[in-house]
Design a protein around this ligand. Sequence first.
Ligand code: FBP
Length: 547
Amino acid sequence: MEISALQKERAGYQPKLPKALQGAVKVKEGTPTQSVDNQEEIKKLFPNTYGMPLVEFEPAETANNAKMNVGVILSGGQAPGGHNVISGLFDEIKKLNPENRLYGFLMGPGGLVDHNYMEITAEFLQAYRNTGGFDMIGSGRTKLEKEDQFEKGLEIIRKLDIKAIVIIGGDDSNTNACVLAEYYAAKQYGVQVIGCPKTIDGDLKNDQIETSFGFDTATKTYSELIGNIERDCNSARKYWHFIKLMGRSASHIALECALQTQPNICLISEEIQAKDLTLNDIIENIATVVAHRAAQGNNFGVVLIPEGLIEFIPAIGRLIQELNDLLAAHGADYMHLDEEAQRKYILAHLSAENRATFETLPEGVARQLSLDRDPHGNVQVSLIETEKLISDMVAAKLGKWEQEGKFTGKFAAQHHFLGYEGRCAAPSNFDADYCYALGSSAAQLIANGKTGYMAIVKNTTAVADQWKAGGVPITMMMNMERRNGEMKPVIRKALVELDGAPFKEFAAQRDRWARETCYIYPGPIQYWGPSSVCDQTTKTLELEQAK
Ligand code: FBP
């Protein structure tokens, strides 16, 4: 494989580890845990993996030389640092016993079911250390949920003499990891399953998980690009830039990028929902800022839009709920229809209120909402061009105000969608270290006989030496939610909290950012240099952990 000069230098970077993982390790167990909600139902569904204690690693005198082969799976969207989780896992299991082997299942959870795998050797791994991407073994979104998939997986697990599977994924993939752990435990197959918190979206976090990996690098990468756009915008002074940011339902990415770059406007979906704003309210608010800046001669600006926005506008959210149920129940009759017939079908089956909302949406957006969900039942929000929808509606509103003599400025828009640009960026030092430590923790959870746990690393705003590593029972993070028309046990998604420190900081500053031009240009991620530049965490983490 040919590699860049940066990659060559980065390959030599030795990720930092928490003290507890630097030598031999022992386990300290806490008290039994409970799920965040619906305790009785979750306990009933997970009798073998419910209520287990939190686990923390501590330095030990003697090493456990556990003999174990391990399988690893990358699941869902790419996130910077995935290769380092695998490096940390590999190094730790080899440290435990050089005969231990690591197998990578290819292209996501489907690799386990279809028996597509490779052995990860030291030589093969070397080219992937501290690199972005999931290309080492590939990723996929196959949902592991059925008994026949679990049994098919078991055949290859037995053949390769695998003791445990590590699933590196987001909330949905870790929910499935827990279901698999429970199934293998119930059957007494002796196969352990460990999860690992991945997603650029930042929505897999709670009291135990300070951040999901990839969020740090992705938001720094987007912030660099937003800063570059802001500088262009402030130089040419002739465009309004509408920038949609990936992140699925939650607005963590948009909020973090706003804190890093201080744009004129940043929409936060969770606030829009809480205030029960309509699409028209949102457009009026943006147009008001545009008109105000124009009155001061500033016909330019930057607007950040979270990709999940559309789902959080209450009327559209209700429509999506009904469409989800409708597609889950009638998918088979519906899917073979042509586009026009599908629209008619939907209109014929929706309730009067939701039909009215559906009819008012631009056709492209209505169409996206009517398309197939991803395997976990999510609307594929990254496909909806919200940035264009919003800027077109703002232009129309300003046109109307112009006719009424209320707007005399100029409005020209540029559109951007920042998503795939950041998911495979070379991991920041934070993500490189954090992921490596997560991989090491996963190995230690396995060596210590744990299943149904997610590897965790805490105290991450301190220097890496002082980070705390361990595991959290996945059932502890679960509650019951409606998915594809049915109530299911799932890990509770973390949305932006309006009384949380990051949002409050943003809310205190945003009026000034709208009126004045307060852009910050963060520049690219740095790997070498002063620690204040190279090892800084996200603003979100800094503000949340300061409490
Ligand atoms: P995960 O939840 O799997 O980490 O997905 C992250 C994400 O990048 C979302 O932000 C985005 O909506 C989605 O993946 C896009 O999916 P795809 O990669 O299938 O286009």
